[in-house]
Design a protein around this ligand. Sequence first.
Ligand SMILES: Nc1ncnc2c1ncn2[C@@H]1O[C@H](COP(=O)(O)OP(=O)(O)OP(=O)(O)O)[C@@H](O)[C@H]1O
Ligand SMILES: [Mg+2]
Length: 235
Amino acid sequence: MSEIPVIRTAHLCKSLPVGGQMLEILRDITLDIWPQEMVAIIGPSGSGKSTLMGLMGGLDSATNGKIYLRGEDITLLGERALTRMRNQKIGFVFQYFNLVPTLNALENVMLPLQYAPNSPRRGHKKRAQELLEMLNLGERMNHNARQLSGGEQQRVAIARALANNPSILLCDEPTGNLDRASTALVTEALFQVRENTGTTVVVVTHNPTLAKRMDRIIELVDGQIVPSPATIAPH
Ligand SMILES: Nc1ncnc2c1ncn2[C@@H]1O[C@H](COP(=O)(O)OP(=O)(O)OP(=O)(O)O)[C@@H](O)[C@H]1O
Ligand SMILES: [Mg+2]
C-alpha cells in the first residue's frame, strides 16, 4: 500500500480525572482514514465520538498513543504548531452552526480567510463566492445569517470550514439540529465537497441514514471501536 492515510490513530487513549479517579474515555483506538474517504463515526451518547474527533483535529491532547495526519505525528506538536496545523489542514463543522448573525453568508465564509497568512485580501470574496455557489447558496450570499434556514446556515458553516482549503473536514453531528429535508441537503453538500475539493470527510452522527451514505462506518461503544468487517479499510 503506497498511499499514506490522511488520519491514522495508533493505540490512542484518552483519560480524564473525574472525582479523584481516572476515567477512561477512549481506549486503544487504532484506525486509518484514507484520502477522499467519507467516514461516519457512530455510537451511543457518551461513547467518545466527540472526544475522538477533537483529538483528530488537534483540539485536545491524547493521554497515550499517536495521531498522524498525513504521516505527521501531531501528538509531538506544541500549542502554536498545533494551532497552525489546525488552521491549515482542518475544517470543523458543529451541530450549532455558530455563524455570526449580524454578518451575511459571504462575510461569514470570508471570516477565516482574514486570519490566514499570506492570503491576498482581494481573493477572499471570490473564494467565498465559489464555495457558496458549490453548496448551492449562490442566491443567499447577501442574506444575513439569521435570515437563513437551519439547513442553509449549516451549508454556510460548511463553506466557512472549507475557506482555507483544508484536507480534512470534521463534522460533529452536522444534521443534529435539522429536519429531514435539510438533513438531505446537508448530506448532498458533503458529497459535493468531496467531489469538488477531494477533501476527506469524517462525520459523527446519530442519523443512521446519513451514516449509511458514507463509505464506511466506525462504531464506538464505551470508548472502544466495535470490531466489524466494516471497520477494515477498503485498501
Ligand atoms: N472534560 C470532560 N470531563 C469529564 N468527562 C468528560 C469530559 N469530556 C467528555 N467526558 C466524558 O467522556 C465521555 C465521552 O464524551 P463524548 O462527548 O466524547 O461522547 P459522545 O460520543 O460525543 O456523546 P454524544 O453522542 O452525547 O455527543 C462521556 O462519558 C463524557 O461525560
Ligand atoms: Mg458528541
